[in-house]
Ligand binder design. Structure first.
Ligand code: ATP
Ligand code: MG
Length: 237
């Protein structure tokens, strides 16, 4: 569904990614792990047209979207849930969902928002509360639901477990696996909490200093004593 080839990207003159190749197959959950500052968020930003691409290509469903505007990339069916500031804290849960559905026809927004509260019952319970008053895990569910409001073909999820207690992070990860299994959504997930992400992922990429150090089966990376210990802080699978 998505193919990134020979990608060199960064910000201004700063090069963060050096020749990244990556493929996201339809219906799969592809995971990108790697230490802080490796360029994981930059990779997602390059796909979305937020970071600068110096060389290489981003191909979505066979069409080149390299250098396209974030709006154009979103319009084609890629939904991006950022690492931080991914909800409007001062607005209600319902307002957040409706704003996220800005690309849908008006009458569809309501139905889609209702569907989200069925997928994530906790949102129904707090539908009129300000998003800023939700717990970390609830807020992450809202951010995922906002991504889904756009009816994406591909979802880019950046570090949904940041700052969450391990048990809550696991719940969020389980929800992500459910999106793949029950809704058939294609997902590219970037994660620091590498162990759990690799457990639910299909294919994995290890990104270190802007380069791909490993590409293959997610569980194989989890079991690789050298890479997992060196870069991911995983002692045993
Ligand atoms: N907007 C920006 N302008 C300039 N440099 C940036 C910008 N965003 C990130 N960087 C730099 O790019 C490098 C890669 O950052 P990036 O956010 O992609 O890493 P990451 O792998 O997502 O890290 P983390 O696990 O901490 O989220 C870092 O050295 C960072 O300082
Ligand atoms: Mg990041």
């Amino acid at each position: 569904m998505l193919k990134v080839t020979g990608l060199h990207a960064g910000y201004g003159k700063l090069r963060v990614l050096s020749g990244v190749d990556l493929e996201v197959p339809t219906g799969g959950l592809t995971v990108v792990v790697g230490p802080n500052g490796a360029g994981k968020t930059t990779l997602l930003c390059s796909i979305m047209g937020i970071a600068s691409v110096f060389a290489g290509d981003v191909i979505f469903e066979g069409n080149k979207v390299t250098g396209a505007s974030p709006y154009e990339v979103a319009r084609r069916g890629i939904s991006y849930v950022p690492q931080m500031k991914n909800v409007f804290a001062d607005l209600s849960v319902l307002d957040n969902l409706q704003i996220a559905g800005y690309m849908l026809p008006r009458d569809e927004v309501k139905a889609k928002a209702a569907q989200m509260t069925e997928i994530f019952p906790v949102l129904k319970q707090f539908i009129h509360r300000k998003a800023g008053t939700l717990s970390g895990g609830e807020r992450r569910m809202l951010a995922i639901a906002m991504g889904l409001m756009k009816k994406p073909k591909l979802m880019l999820l950046d570090e949904l477990s940041t700052d969450l207690a391990p048990i809550v992070a696991r719940r969020v990860m389980a929800e992500i696996a459910r999106l793949r299994d029950e809704m058939g959504i294609t997902i590219l997930l970037v994660e620091q909490m590498a162990k759990r992400a690799l457990e639910i992922g299909d294919t994995a990429y290890l990104l270190v200093s802007g380069e791909v150090r490993f590409e293959g089966d997610a569980r194989a990376l989890l079991r690789d004593p050298e890479l997992a210990r060196l870069y991911l802080g995983i002692k045993e699978a």
